[in-house]
Ligand binder design. Structure first.
Ligand code: DUC
Ligand code: ZN
Ligand code: ZN
Length: 467
């Protein structure tokens, strides 16, 4: 059976045009001004709607053990939320156990991923340097299609690696076609600032922001970029939150470092003042890097617009308020770090970005889908609308206004970061490899239908990635 999508407006990173789409066996097989459906065809009328490539969220922490607890969404609830929010592929972080090989760890994560509703891949986190890790990198890329790793410059004792280890890992990653993602914050300095703050009795959530000032991020960002330059490696700075760090990326790009930046929806629309909300409400907004002073947001938006920022990732790292965030009611350092985002990223970026005139609709597609697909080895199967691509599509009605609320969310949470925000536009249908997984805004796809994403090496990344 064929699916025909009629009367919609197709949007890619470069074009906006009216056309019909033909889908067969999960892929787009033809695009034309008009198709006359045959008797058995499944016809979807997209009149008045945009047809966009499915979102690709390369920054998720589903089923992720962290800081004495674990994230509240697993691969079932997390990918239902993703689908409802227009995301058709994710790349989730693994989390290694002490002494475990990367390959053994990956098998555990692939098992967890089997319950996913959408297509999924993994970035392997390396938190313990050994020579053996270096031997595993080419196997990860060649045999497993894991062509990205992640290193942390903070969270000492749990995830942090030092500069020398970073250099050795990045060098090998560069040689074997793996891109290195970096959490760039100066962990040692932060640990000292936290200790000082607690010693003075400063325990409220706002001190999370004060003990992770922008210099801790920009210093680490600059250092990571220098190490990547020395190692001759592709580097992807995750969750850039402030102007100073972004400037470091800009300078590195100018001197020829293969550097790419991601930012997240919460840094674009929320700011440090949320951490000071009364009755421990601020705890909901604790993530790292922290929310920043508002003026940084213009720099981030301009970075998206200019191409300095290549992708938007949700950094979906959800913790429930009761029982998880409240672990830190008397001590901000015990609040699990992380904010939800997978379900609302698409809508937030459309509303504040496209609707309010900060970015074009094509740029929206570029950072939400095409950019991540190219950087993380999924292009030209995912990330655009063209013949031969997977039919991962979002039908979006820009005329509908709706309110974001925890009452309607799929995220397994007792709050929503954007509660009460009224946004323009609504996702009406989502197709994953041609199958409808969201209809009239309701998730209808079954858990476990997602496929593992075996990804291409970075050496094959097209030069067309925004630079
Ligand atoms: N930042 C978060 O807020 N949570 C998970 C880890 C991270 O880097
Ligand atoms: Zn991080
Ligand atoms: Zn993260």
């Amino acid at each position: 059976m064929k699916t025909i999508i009629q009367n919609g407006t197709i949007v890619t990173a470069t074009d906006i045009y009216k056309a019909d789409l033909k889908i067969e066996q999960g892929a787009i097989t033809a695009i034309s001004n008009h198709f006359i459906p045959e008797k058995d065809d499944h016809v979807i009328d997209a009149s008045g709607q945009y047809i966009l490539p499915g979102g690709i969220d390369v920054h998720t922490h589903l089923a992720w053990p962290f800081q004495s607890t674990g994230t509240a969404d697993d691969f079932v609830t997390g990918t239902q939320a993703a689908a409802a929010g227009g995301i058709t592929s994710i790349i989730n972080f693994t989390n290694p156990k002490k002494g475990q090989t990367l390959l053994d760890n990956l098998q555990e994560w692939k098992k967890k991923g089997e319950s996913s509703l959408i297509d999924y891949g993994f970035h392997s986190i390396i938190s313990e340097y050994t020579d053996h890790v270096l031997e595993e990198l080419p196997i990860l890329a060649e045999r497993e299609g894991v062509t990205s790793i992640k290193l942390f410059m903070a969270y000492k004792g749990e995830l942090m690696v030092n500069d020398r280890e970073m250099y050795k890992i990045m060098k090998k990653a560069g040689e074997v076609g793996i891109i290195t993602s970096i959490h760039a914050e100066n962990g040692d300095l932060i640990d000292e600032l936290v200790e000082e703050s607690l010693a003075k009795g400063n325990t409220d959530p706002i001190f999370h922001a004060y003990t992770r000032p922008t210099i801790t991020e920009s210093e680490a960002t600059g250092r990571a970029l220098a190490i990547a330059e020395a190692a001759n490696a592709h580097v992807y700075i995750v969750h850039v939150s402030c102007a100073d760090a972004l400037e470091k990326v800009e300078r590195a790009k100018k001197r020829g470092v293969q550097a790419f930046a991601e930012t997240c929806p919460h840094y674009l629309v929320l700011d440090e003042s949320y951490l000071a909300l009364p009755d421990f409400e601020g705890g909901k907004y604790v993530c790292s890097p922290p929310l920043r002073e508002k003026w940084n947001q213009d720099h981030l938006w301009r970075g998206i617009s200019s191409g300095l920022v290549s992708t938007i990732g949700s950094d979906h790292c959800p913790f429930r308020f009761e029982g998880q965030k409240t672990l830190g009611r008397d001590n901000f350092a015990k609040i699990p770090n992380g904010c939800p985002g997978i379900e609302d990223m698409f809508s937030i970026l459309y509303h504040y970005g496209v609707q309010e005139g900060r970015i074009s609709l094509q740029k929206f597609v570029e950072v939400m889908s095409t950019g991540p697909a190219k950087l993380f080895g999924l292009y030209p199967k995912k990330g655009s609308i063209s013949v031969g691509f997977d039919a991962d599509l979002v039908l979006f009605n820009p005329k509908i206004r709706r309110e974001i609320t925890k009452v309607k969310q799929y995220q397994n949470l007792d709050y929503n970061l954007y509660e009460g925000t009224v946004v323009q536009g609504a996702i009406t249908r989502v197709l994953s490899r041609g199958e409808e997984i969201v209809r009239d805004g309701i998730v209808v796809g079954q858990k476990g239908r997602g496929q593992y994403l075996f990804r291409k090496k970075v050496a094959n990344i097209e030069k067309t990635v925004t630079s």
